[in-house]
Write a protein that binds this ligand. Structure first.
Ligand code: ADP
Ligand code: MG
Length: 759
């Protein structure tokens, strides 16, 4: 397989859409004119008076005006690219331009109208037609669909639309999207379905579809793998990848007044697009050795398409109306720069990650398994026919591909019948003992089960092989088809015409250039007047050229100033935001906490995020992570403290790891005893009662006389109480006052004070 190693430029085409209804009714002036023959776009600046002299001219590979048809674009510009993808090159088509200028129209077009179908559906048709016409080739077509919005990648074909995907890089295959789903498709209908599902998912979750689509990049990826027998007798696989990119609107996003989240959003929205511009500038510049691919997801993902291994076409879409002139000029300048990018496309032959190879190997493996199975069967049946004693080994070679379905069916049936017969024979055999019979029957039943299972497994394997093979597409079926042949001729003719046009354009462009040069070469003049005339003409031409260049410089400077102001404004706002964060950190987060966080933080280069390391370092601290082991003989793990306590203290913790806690005292519900407050009346009475008993006079003579001749001398004291009696406290009453107390000293008539209250 020949490999093209030469470099080639990115092909840039410009398409101008027609005036829309609104522009027509508002009677906007048309400032863009398109010279299809010369491949030039001419833009007049409506603001300047001498507009005609200061028109700006841009030359491209080809240009398309408002009357251009989708199929023309496809045949002239995109068909050769898709054709080379089918040969194993990588290809990329970008649609660039302001929102509403026809990027989506160019890429997708009007879905149900074959006339207005865009590049994507046209390429489907192209690819599958190509396959159907191919011969001795095997194809595998896969499709993926993703979207980049605010620097986040979403898989438009995945069930979980909230998931964000990451970019990864491998030295052998380069940058890829991790976990991106891709669907193997077998027909135009299937791949269209994939596109429709993706488009539906694109609008899901978008509050405003127009705004969302104008701010996100959509990338449809078709991978074409083709296997063909090479001259060396080996199968070779070529893999071509086609990226179809509908970029976000290129208009400047207004950031005025944006703060916080909104500001972040605004700065992220066009990051990929400005990074794309920077990459293009760096590539074209030639002086810069560093190409900032890593600045955005888009440029990283499409790295190969810009200065790498790919063929690239950029379609710059513009609007014709006067109010868009600034954006139109910006787009044209952007496109003009992209013309100078040099790519180095080559055929991707036998890459390691070719899915087709995996498929082929898997099919071969399954087929081998299937064959082994049928081999066993055949061997068995052969052996059966030949008698048990026959050696089966030399029969193995007979198990070839010629084994067909009928044969298999017969085999299963035969086996089944045989087992059934044997079972019956056992049942009817009366010479066997009942137990033996049951055992043999069971054995036979088991054999039947096995047979059934084996049959099922074989069928499953065959189905799997069939399913996998059906995914691989082979052409050459309808090659004899008459209409097909005619169609092919037509396509070929169209392609020839497109090629013709291209050559014409190139020649015309060359002639223009030569015209200028010949002017200089005409050095011999017949007369002075002629010399003056020619030189004046030359001067005029050069003057006009100089004016154009001057105004271009001015424009560029103005644009740069605008860009710089924009960046400065963003920077100011970000600085202000940062200051607020600082204020919060300085005042509300303790210094040591801050330091801890700072020490843990690290920058993840892969995902371009700051992250914090986990607090527990698993490698260092095994004890933290693993469950402590039980001490021998104990059912539960023991804490270190309990372990130590077990050794020192005699009984505590002997069997358990019990926590040691201080006794938790309940709250008190009683009060201290307080003496009752005594009323003054009672106090007086008490006072009275506690007076010295000597002061009390009791006449007890009458009492004794009534008692008899020998009265006991001390009896009357206790019987006659003073009128104001003491309060009867238990203590006092419990102490019986005996009139005959022998202990009472002093007067024999009056008892002594009992001494309860000290004097
Ligand atoms: P973008 O994707 O760039 O924002 P669209 O593709 O959605 O713009 O185009 C905006 C409108 O202009 C659509 O209604 C589309 O049909 C129309 N349009 C764009 N280009 C053309 C064209 N070349 N011919 C006819 N209609 C067009
Ligand atoms: Mg769009």
């Amino acid at each position: 397989m020949s490999k093209s190693k030469s470099s080639e430029s990115v092909k840039v085409v410009v398409r101008c859409r027609p005036m829309n209804e609104k522009e027509r009714t508002a009677k906007f002036e048309r400032v863009v004119s398109v010279d299809v023959k010369l491949g030039q776009i001419i833009v007049r600046n409506p603001k300047e008076a001498s507009a005609n002299e200061l028109r700006k001219v841009f030359t491209f590979d080809s240009v398309y005006d408002w009357n251009s048809k989708q199929i023309d674009l496809y045949d002239e510009t995109f068909r050769p690219l898709v054709e080379s993808v089918l040969l194993g090159f990588n290809g990329t088509i970008f649609a660039y331009g302001q929102t509403g200028t026809g990027k989506t129209y160019t890429m997708e077009g009007v879905r149900n109208d074959p006339e207005r179908r865009g590049v994507i559906p046209n390429s489907f048709e192209h690819i599958f037609t190509h396959i159907s016409r191919s011969q001795n080739q095997q194809y595998l077509i896969r499709a993926s669909y993703l979207e980049i919005y605010q620097e986040e990648i979403r898989d438009l074909l995945s069930k979980d639309q909230s998931r964000r995907l990451e970019l990864r890089e491998r030295p052998d295959t380069g940058v890829y999207v991790k976990d991106l789903s891709s669907f193997v498709t077998k027909s135009v209908r299937e791949i269209e379905h994939v596109m429709n599902v993706g488009n539906q998912n694109r609008s899901v979750g978008a509050t405003n579809m127009n705004e969302h689509s104008s701010r996100s990049h959509a990338i449809f990826v078709i991978t074409v793998e083709c296997s063909e027998l090479g001259v060396d007798g080996e199968n070779h696989i070529r893999v071509g990848k086609l990226n179809l990119v509908d970029l976000a609107g290129s208009e400047r996003q207004t950031k005025t007044g944006a703060q916080g989240e909104r500001l972040k959003e605004a700065t992220k929205i066009n990051l990929s697009l400005s990074a794309l511009g920077n990459v293009i500038s760096a590539l074209v510049d030639g002086r810069s050795s560093h190409i900032p691919y890593r600045d955005s997801k888009l440029t990283r993902l499409l790295q190969d398409s810009l200065g790498g291994n790919a063929r690239t076409v950029m379609v710059a879409n513009i609007g014709p109306a006067s109010y868009n002139v600034e954006e139109t000029l910006t787009t044209l300048r952007y496109a003009n720069r992209a013309k100078n990018i040099k790519n180095k496309p080559r055929i991707n032959e036998d890459p390691k990650d070719a899915l087709l190879r995996e498929f082929q190997e898997e099919i071969a493996r399954l087929k081998e398994q299937l064959q082994k199975r049928s081999g066993k069967k055949k061997k068995r049946s052969q052996r059966r026919r030949a008698g048990e004693g026959n050696d089966g080994e030399d029969l193995e070679g007979e198990t070839e591909d010629d084994e067909d379905g009928d044969d298999k069916g017969d085999y299963w049936l035969e086996q089944h019948e045989k087992l059934e017969r044997e079972r019956k024979a056992i049942m009817e055999d009366h010479s066997l003992v009942a137990e033996e019979k049951v055992r043999l029957l069971k054995e036979k039943e088991k054999k039947m089960e096995d047979l059934k299972r084996e049959k099922e497994a074989g069928e499953m394997l065959a189905a799997k092989v069939k399913a996998m093979e059906s995914k691989l597409l082979v052409g050459g079926k309808n090659i004899v088809d008459h209409t097909n042949e005619q169609q092919r001729m037509l396509e070929q003719k169209r392609q020839e015409i497109a090629e013709q046009k291209r050559r014409e354009r190139e020649m015309q462009q060359q002639m223009e250039n030569q015209d200028e040069e010949t002017l200089e070469l005409k050095e011999t003049y017949s007369s002075l007047q002629q010399e003056v005339d020619i030189k004046t003409k030359k001067l005029k031409k050069l003057f006009a050229k100089m004016q154009a260049v001057k105004s271009e410089i001015e424009d560029l400077q103005a644009e740069h100033i605008c860009n710089r102001q924009d960046l400065e404004q963003t920077q100011n706002e970000l600085t202000r935001d940062l200051k607020l964060k600082h204020l919060i950190i300085e005042n509300f987060i303790p210094l040591e906490e801050k330091n801890k966080i700072v020490n843990r933080a690290y920058f993840d280069e892969e995902n371009e995020h700051w992250k914090t390391k986990p607090i527990t370092r698993i490698e260092d601290d095994h004890q933290m992570m693993s469950r402590p082991l039980s001490a021998v003989g104990y059912q539960r793990p023991l804490a270190h403290h309990a372990h130590m306590a077990m050794m020192t203290k005699p009984w505590r913790y002997k069997a358990e790891n019990i926590l040691m806690l201080n006794m938790d005292m309940p709250t008190r519900t009683t009060k201290e005893y307080q003496e009752p407050v005594i009323a003054p009346k009672v106090a007086a009475a008490l006072e009275d009662a506690l007076r010295d008993e000597d002061d009390i006079q009791v006449d007890a003579s009458g009492f004794y006389s009534s008692l008899g001749p020998t009265p006991p001398a001390s009896a009357s004291g206790s019987l006659k109480k003073p009128k104001t009696g003491r309060p009867r406290t238990g203590k006092k009453s419990s102490t019986p006052t005996s009139p005959f107390s022998p202990s009472s000293p002093g007067s024999p008539l009056y008892p002594q004070s009992r001494g309860l209250v000290p004097k």
